[in-house]
Design a protein around this ligand. Structure first.
Ligand SMILES: Cc1cc2nc3c(=O)[nH]c(=O)nc-3n(C[C@H](O)[C@H](O)[C@H](O)COP(=O)(O)O)c2cc1C
Length: 239
């Protein structure tokens, strides 16, 4: 009896009881945070920089989004945005104002990309003379406003898709140009995952606006979509 009382007194005076309670509560908090992270929905957005709506770049990005969704259908939402639908004035990136009556759709797009639930952004462009289209560049240039807004795209996963009319028509140069812009946003840039595992998705429009015959290119697109989703989930889990 006396020894139990002494033990209680010892624990009280040394603060061991308090420390144990604090440790238990921090374990509980960590478990709660983990389960909150595990249940959080993540959105992966693909942006097509083709001026031609619904063509080979859009088709490639759709495949990437399907592969992303397949990683965890319950937690991953996807959306394809086609810049062909929008009016984007690239000069505004340099502070040049719109002409009276001109429309500009960038603010709405920027707000969508900056949402915290967006875990990944995949940017796709046709190859135009060895680089991205002017539309895609205008979009990436306008994203300077997100950089100035406390790096609103930071730590979102970035991926790139390039579609060319020939097998080696400059897809890798186009990927590099897109990726450079994404890195300037402090995004976490990834390539196509295993087993192809290189610097991104390189697609060949080998038919008449048809990518389905380019088996290798389509596999790079799938591996990119999957990789973007996997890394986005890891980052969300670590928060
Ligand atoms: C102005 C222009 C330049 C192009 N330059 C290239 C090129 O350098 N390399 C290439 O492989 N394809 C080139 N192409 C072909 C397109 O990249 C290809 O048709 C692509 O699939 C178009 O994408 P979309 O179907 O989404 O519009 C060019 C097309 C145009 C209109």
């Amino acid at each position: 009896m006396a020894s139990k009382a002494n033990r209680r007194k010892f624990l009280r005076t040394t603060g061991v009881g308090v420390a144990a309670t604090a440790a238990l509560s921090s374990v509980a908090q960590a478990l709660c945070a983990e389960s909150r992270a595990a249940s959080r929905t993540i959105k992966i957005i693909a942006v097509s920089g083709s001026p031609r709506k619904g063509k080979t770049t859009a088709a490639s990005l759709q495949i990437a989004l399907e592969a992303a969704k397949a990683v965890d259908p319950e937690r991953i939402e996807t959306e394809l945005i086609e810049l062909a639908d929008m009016k984007l004035n690239g000069n505004m990136a340099a502070g040049i104002p719109l002409e009276p009556g001109q429309r500009d759709d960038f603010p709405e797009l920027a707000a969508k990309l900056a949402q915290p639930e967006v875990g990944g952004v995949i940017v796709g462009s046709p190859v135009y003379f060895g680089s991205m289209t002017s539309l895609c560049k205008a979009f990436l240039d306008r994203c300077i406003s997100l950089r100035m807004r406390q790096f609103a795209l930071a730590n979102k996963v970035g991926g790139a898709v390039a579609v060319g009319g020939v097998r080696n028509g400059g897809q890798e140069l186009t990927l590099q140009a897109i990726q450079a812009a994404l890195m300037c946003q402090e995004m976490v840039v990834v390539g196509d995952g295993r087993p192809t595992c290189h610097t991104g998705a390189t697609v060949w429009n080998s038919g008449r606006d048809d990518i389905s015959q380019d088996e290798f290119g389509v596999s790079t697109v799938k591996n990119l979509g999957r990789r973007v989703a996997e890394v986005a989930l890891k980052i969300a889990g670590a928060k």
